[in-house]
Design a protein around this ligand. Sequence first.
Ligand code: ZN
Length: 296
Amino acid sequence: VAEAQSIAGVGKVERIESPGYGEHVRVRAFDGQGKGNSILLIGHTDTVHPRGSLAERPWRLENERIYGPGIFDMKANCAMALEALRACSAFKDKINREVVLLLTCDEETGSETGRALIEEEARRASNVLVLEPPASGGRVKTGRKGTGMFTLEVKGRAAHAGLEPEKGASAILELARQIERIDALNKIESGTTVNVGVIQGGTRSNVVAAEASAEIDVRFTTQDEAERIKRELHSLKPVDERVQLLMHGDINRPPLERNEKVLALFERAREVAAALDFELGETQVGGASDGNFVGA
Ligand SMILES: [Zn+2]
């Protein structure tokens, strides 16, 4: 915040509270100079690293480079955005529109509180540049899969495995059977992936498990596929009818489709990069970002 305020072109700098996550930062630069829509830069200040990572692996400076958890995704890019604003301030009079820099603090967990802010600013913007780290060789990402997060909760009946196993209905056995069905929803040729990444269940080895659950990650390149997966997941029926299945979760980020508008912006960026003797490439990836909300 202090860095942002030290930049000549910067006007208002706001800290917006995000209960449970931290705070988002919104920086407005060159406001009042705008004839048209704004240019929006989005990034995030959270990382995938658990709390305490910095104590275990402190950041270090080596040959004028800083290394540490979360630098690549994406502290470095947040700093670069501020430097870009500072550089633009040097020829402030030539800038004919407002630039908004929005750094949210809950991107890695699905942007529960940041999403509305991003969508609000994106609606006012003619162009949105997402500060996420590039692919190898500095290639920008012009297409991203959409994502969904689901949890399957299985409720069976507990019983002593030695004394009266017939009275039990194993949630673990049921979950194992359902995982095969969930896995069958994969459709690699359409770019759809469904992954059961975490399972939990049971209490002791001599007890028929009353509870089990699975966390499911879903990715897709079209909205149709998103709907198909959601429908299929919600219509799973138990093999053992004494067991209950509860599906929680939903589609989180829509796909960022590589459409004409995205390509036009990429073309413009390529021209600018070429003027600086940099050949800008592009790629499409499976990981979603807040760019997905903007694209939709
Ligand atoms: Zn990121």
